[in-house]
Design a protein around this ligand. Structure first.
Ligand code: ZN
Length: 258
């Protein structure tokens, strides 16, 4: 069986270390070999730095964790003045870091946290760092039209960009091979018409750029459930396993659990 990837989870939000271990054990037993965990606020960076990067269960079940560090637009207003050196330090300690989750959120929750100009400035600065260090990025986008995609597209040294839960239009002319789109049960589950339509629309132009994600805990699923989500995406025309392999090839670093 090919290695399975969960490209978007928030492991810092697991309630306690024992529960995190149990969750990762279930994921490893389901065949998931790598989780990309986004620490999307400054206080999460500390717990992420304490977390193990590889978990072994018994003799054979093994799962790796790859860390992303960034500031989500929901947390844009509460950042300390020294966030940038702190972010650079966290990134420098990792073998294969990503930037994320960063982005724009012009829905009510995002705009309560920070105005559009504040969000734009923070998003751009973090993309500049990703560009400078040639790191992959994980991007959040809500009610921002094509702005996230267009902004990120300007940073050409970023090797690949994962737009997660992306329900917004993608103009064909703006699509790039290094763009990937990941969906959780929250978007494509039963009754989520808007999510299924977004996946179908995207699958017409990019079946090999669409991945399944858990978005644990918000996505309504653990990393162990990724197989089922991938199956739902396949039914909608996507090719999530191929997409995951392509994403990891572009994102660099070790790609298998071996
Ligand atoms: Zn997220």
């Amino acid at each position: 069986m090919p290695a399975l990837l969960d490209p978007h989870a928030h492991l810092s939000e697991a309630p306690a270390a024992a529960e995190l271990e149990a969750l990762l054990r279930r994921a490893a037993q389901a065949g998931v070999s790598l989780v990309i965990s986004a620490s999307a606020k400054v206080s999460d960076w500390t717990s992420a730095r304490r977390r193990k990067r590889e978990y072994l269960f018994g003799n054979s079940e093994k799962i790796r964790v790859r860390e992303a560090f960034g500031i989500h637009p929901w947390h844009a207003r509460t950042i300390p003045p020294d966030w940038e050196p702190a972010l650079r330090r966290a990134l420098a300690e990792e073998d294969t870091p990503l930037i994320g989750e960063v982005g724009l959120d012009y829905g009510p929750k995002g705009l309560v946290s920070a105005s559009k100009p504040e969000q734009r400035a923070l998003f751009r600065r973090q993309l500049e760092i990703a560009d400078e260090l040639a790191l992959p990025a994980v991007v959040h986008s809500f009610r921002a039209g094509g702005e996230t995609l267009e902004t990120a597209g300007n940073f050409k040294r970023i090797p690949c960009i994962l737009f997660h839960g992306y329900l917004e239009p993608v103009p064909r002319a703006k699509m790039e091979e290094r763009f990937f789109f990941s969906f959780s049960p929250r978007e494509i589950g039963i009754g989520r018409r808007k999510g299924r339509e977004a996946v179908r629309r995207l699958a017409e132009i990019a079946p090999e750029q669409i991945l399944a994600e858990s978005d644990y805990p918000a996505g309504g699923q653990e990393p162990a459930g990724i197989l089922r989500t991938a199956e739902q995406l396949r039914e909608l025309g996507a090719r999530p396993q191929t997409a995951a392999e392509r994403f990891l090839a572009a994102a660099g670093g070790r790609t298998s659990g071996k």
